[in-house]
Design a binder for this molecule. Structure first.
Ligand code: PHB
Length: 395
C-alpha cells in the first residue's frame, strides 16, 4: 500500500531555492509540499559561500523571507584584487551604485526554514525522492521513500527539482542524471574556518606565483579563508602551521591574523549547465540546473534568480491557465545562467595558476589583471557582475 499525497507544486529539496520558491508561491496563494532527504539539523549546518547580491537581499527582505540579513549581515562596498604584492580595490557603489552582503548561506537557510514553518508550510524532512515520473502529463509525480522506509508518491500540477548538484529530478528533464554542458578544473579550494579577528575589512582575492587565495570572513571572531590546492588533497594532511604558511605565501603584502583552525574542507570545482531546464511540468532550479566554481560567489544568487522567474511562470500556469511563461522559463533563465557561468569561469581562470602554466601564461595573466584594475571599464564590468545584474521577472 503506497501513500499518495496531492499538492499543487511538489518541490524536491529544502535548500535556499526550494524554500524560497515555496515562500513566493505561498504569497500568490499557491500551496506546495517540500521534501528533503536530509534532516533539518543537517540542512542548517551546510556551510556555503556567503555573498549575497543586492537583488538577492532585496528579494529576501521585501518578501519577508529574512529580515535578519540586514541586521546580522555585513554590507561590503568593494573587494580587493591582489597580485604582484599589491592590492587594487574595486569600489562597487562608486562604479555601479550597488553593494553585496556577506551573510553565510546556512543563516539564510535557518531564516527560511523558520519563516516557512511558522507560515504552516508542509516540509517533510528525511523523505527521499527516488524519481520523477510523467513529466509530459498534467499530473507529474514524485516517487518517494519516507523517513520510516515506506514507499509513496506525491502527485502535483508542477514538480520542481531544487535538489542540488546530484539532482534526482534532472533525469526526468534531460533524459539522464548527468546530461549537461560541463567543464572540470585542475584545482580545488582548501577551505578553513578559524578563530581570529578579520585580516582585512573587505574580501581579498589574491593571485600569486604560489596560486590563488581568498581571505573571507564570517564574523568579528571567525574567519573563512581558502587557498588553491590539488583536487585530490587530503584535508587532514597539513598541520595548522603548514596551513598558515600556505595561506600567507599566497597573499604577499598582507599579514594574516592567525588563530586556531577548527574546520577544514576541500571544495572541488565544476562548471555545469543541464542540457534542458524544463520538460513539460517538471522544471529545475539552482544547483540541480547548474553549478559554478565559487570564485564569483554566484551559486546561491543564481538559484534565487531562477526561483523568482519560475514562481512567475507557475503563477501564470496555475492561476491564469497561461502556459506561455513556463514554456519560456528555460530560455529566459539561461541568459543569466550563462552570463554567470562566464563570470565565474573568468574570475577563476584570471586568478588561479593552472598546473603546468608557462612563463608566458603567468605574464599574460598579470597583463589581464592589470587590464581590469587599471581601466574603469574593466573595474565596472567586474563590479556589475559581482554585485549582480538586475533580476528579470518578465517571461
Ligand atoms: C565565502 O565567504 O565562503 C566566500 C566568499 C566569496 C567567494 C566564495 C566564498 O567568492
Amino acid at each position: 500500500m503506497t501513500e499518495t499525497v496531492r499538492t499543487r507544486v511538489a518541490i524536491i529539496g529544502a535548500g535556499p531555492a526550494g524554500l524560497l520558491l515555496s515562500h513566493l508561491l505561498a504569497a500568490d496563494g499557491i500551496e506546495s509540499v517540500i521534501i528533503d532527504q536530509r534532516s533539518r539539523e543537517e540542512i542548517e549546518k551546510t556551510i556555503r559561500a556567503g555573498i549575497l547580491e543586492q537583488g538577492t537581499v532585496d528579494v529576501l527582505t521585501q518578501t519577508g523571507a529574512s529580515e535578519r540579513v540586514l541586521i546580522d549581515g555585513h554590507r561590503h562596498d568593494g573587494i580587493e584584487l591582489r597580485f604582484q604584492g599589491e592590492g587594487h580595490r574595486i569600489d562597487f557603489p562608486g562604479l555601479v551604485g550597488r553593494s553585496v552582503w556577506l551573510y553565510p548561506q546556512h543563516e539564510v537557510l535557518k531564516d527560511l526554514i523558520a519563516t516557512r514553518l511558522a507560515a504552516g508550510q508542509d516540509i517533510r524532512f528525511g523523505v527521499t525522492a527516488e524519481r520523477v515520473e510523467d513529466a509530459g502529463s498534467t499530473q507529474p509525480r514524485v516517487i518517494i521513500t519516507d523517513a520510516a522506509g515506506a514507499a509513496g508518491e506525491i502527485v502535483a500540477d508542477v514538480v520542481v527539482g531544487a535538489d542540488g548538484s546530484r539532482s534526482v529530478a534532472r533525469a526526468a528533464v534531460t533524459g539522464s542524471s548527468t546530461g549537461g554542458y560541463f567543464r572540470e578544473y585542475p584545482f580545488a579550494w582548501f577551505g578553513i574556518l578559524c578563530e581570529a579577528p578579520p585580516s582585512s575589512d573587505e574580501l581579498i582575492y589574491s593571485n600569486s606565483p604560489e596560486g590563488f587565495a581568498l581571505i573571507s570572513q564570517r564574523s568579528a571572531t571567525v574567519q573563512r579563508m581558502y587557498f588553491q590546492c590539488d583536487p585530490e588533497a587530503d584535508p587532514e594532511a597539513f598541520s595548522e602551521a603548514e596551513l598558515w604558511e600556505k595561506l600567507q605565501a599566497r597573499v604577499p603584502g598582507t599579514t594574516l591574523k592567525e588563530g586556531p583552525i577548527f574546520q577544514r574542507d576541500v571544495l572541488r570545482f565544476r562548471s555545469f549547465v543541464a542540457h534542458e531546464l524544463r520538460r513539460g511540468r517538471v522544471a529545475l532550479v539552482g544547483d540541480a540546473a547548474h553549478t559554478v566554481p565559487p570564485t564569483g560567489a554566484k551559486g546561491m544568487n543564481l538559484a534565487v534568480a531562477d526561483v523568482v522567474l519560475l514562481s512567475r511562470a507557475i503563477d501564470a500556469l496555475l492561476q491564469r491557465h497561461d502556459e506561455g511563461p513556463l514554456d519560456r522559463y528555460a530560455e529566459v533563465a539561461s541568459r543569466r545562467i550563462w552570463k554567470a557561468q562566464h563570470f565565474s569561469w573568468w574570475m577563476t581562470s584570471m586568478l588561479h595558476v593552472a598546473p603546468g602554466a608557462s612563463d608566458f601564461d603567468r605574464r599574460r595573466q598579470v597583463g589581464e589583471l592589470r587590464s581590469v584594475v587599471e581601466s574603469e571599464a574593466g573595474r565596472t564590468y567586474l563590479a556589475e557582475a559581482y554585485t549582480g545584474w538586475p533580476l528579470e521577472t518578465a517571461l
